[in-house]
Ligand binder design. Structure first.
Ligand code: EPU
Length: 338
């Protein structure tokens, strides 16, 4: 049974581990429970915020003066489909648990996304990507509940507008994802082009099955990202810029890694700028710092507050603006009302 709790600290619900409490909090394990919680919120006219795995969310120090719904819908089903399998997964399932289950079944398509923290719902919202792969490659559709009246609505891939670390769900904040469907393949070719995987291949590591690739990706990630400390992975997105601007930057910084995206735009590696141009590896402000091995990842110590995170994030954004004239965007989102 879903219970609405009061004054629940939210910091432990997130991987950054900072911020205040929720006035009300409901951990929902089904569409019906989400519907009930939304109904309560409407009746009492209180704002609602949605939380998944908390791996990409910054909780303000003041917390949230409303109802936080944590989406914990479980369940994974796989339906055979000739060449492939349609996987339907509850939004509250841990993304990596889904990758493990797919690997067990030797299904291809999400193995390069192994080891990413967070839930399946959150993974769809921000179209997670890593090691040369993106959730969009396998995403078919998702079920949602409308905040305003609890009605269900299925959003298919053409409507979902998945793009680099974004989707319809970033703008349509009135849609709560409850379940998502992915098309996985029974046969596949390893995608080992990304640095790290290429090196593993050159070393002769086993990389023939989705499970072996997923394990290799988890190993690479564990070497590159902090553990035992608060973090949300990349705190900022890699900037996407018009080619002319990228060319101008390449003149100044010939080594800057870039990747063409088509439509006259390219993505630049912000980690490289933070490292080689701004020298910000390990740069600390009080209890927060940019990670030594991956300066795009912000790291918090247990006594950090959201205001410390904000101060460092503003400082970094200002330095980037002043040095290369680009306004960077956050990948991490602040918890706010839907
Ligand atoms: N680099 C440096 N110095 C460093 C670290 C990196 O110069 O200290 C350079 C690297 O040599 C590389 C470039 O910066 O050429 C990019 O670095 P990396 O491959 O580590 O990836 P990233 O672009 O910083 C993105 C995703 C990660 C994902 C990795 C691996 C974004 C915002 N981040 O990071 O996703 O794991 O690629 O594919 O797109 C996340 O979204 O939270 C996340 C961790």
């Amino acid at each position: 049974m879903m219970r609405i709790e009061e004054r629940v600290p939210l910091a432990p619900c997130t991987t950054l581990g900072v911020g205040g409490s929720a006035r009300f909090f409901a951990d929902c394990t089904s569409e019906a429970e989400i519907g009930d919680a939304l109904h309560d919120a409407r009746t009492h006219k209180i704002p609602v915020a949605i939380l998944g795995g908390g791996s990409n969310t910054l909780i303000p120090d003041v917390g949230f003066d409303g109802l936080v719904i944590k989406v914990s819908i479980p369940g994974m089903t796989f339906a055979d489909e000739g060449e492939g399998s349609m996987a339907t997964v509850g939004a509250g399932v841990s993304w990596d648990a889904f990758v493990r289950e797919a690997s067990e079944r030797t299904l291809w398509g999400i193995e390069n996304l192994a080891g990413i923290p967070g839930t399946v719902g959150g993974a769809v919202v921000q179209n997670i990507g890593a090691y040369g792969s993106e959730l969009a490659e396998t995403f078919v559709a998702c079920d949602t509940v409308l905040l305003a009246n609890g009605a269900s609505k299925t959003i298919d891939r053409s409507l979902a507008a998945l793009a680099y670390r974004t989707s319809l769900f970033k703008h349509r904040r009135d849609l709560v994802i409850t379940r998502a469907t992915f098309r996985l393949a029974k046969r596949g070719t390893p995608n080992l082009a990304y640095p790290g995987l290429k090196e593993a291949q050159e070393r002769g590591d086993p990389l023939a099955t989705p499970g072996e690739i997923a394990e290799a990706v988890r190993r690479i990630r564990s070497e590159k990202f902090p553990h035992g400390e608060g973090t949300a992975g990349s705190f900022f997105k890699n900037p996407i810029l018009p080619l002319a601007q990228v060319e101008a930057l390449k003149k100044r910084f010939p080594e800057l890694p870039t990747s063409a995206l088509g439509e006259g735009r390219a993505k630049i590696a912000l980690a490289w700028i933070l490292d080689h141009v701004l020298n910000l590896r390990g740069y600390a402000r009080g209890p927060v710092r940019m990670f030594e091995r991956q300066p795009l990842a912000l790291v918090t110590s247990p006594r950090a507050r959201a205001e410390d995170v904000e101060a460092l994030a503003h400082d970094i954004a200002k330095r980037v603006r002043e040095t290369i004239g680009i306004d960077i965007e956050r990948e991490v989102e602040t918890l706010r009302a839907k």
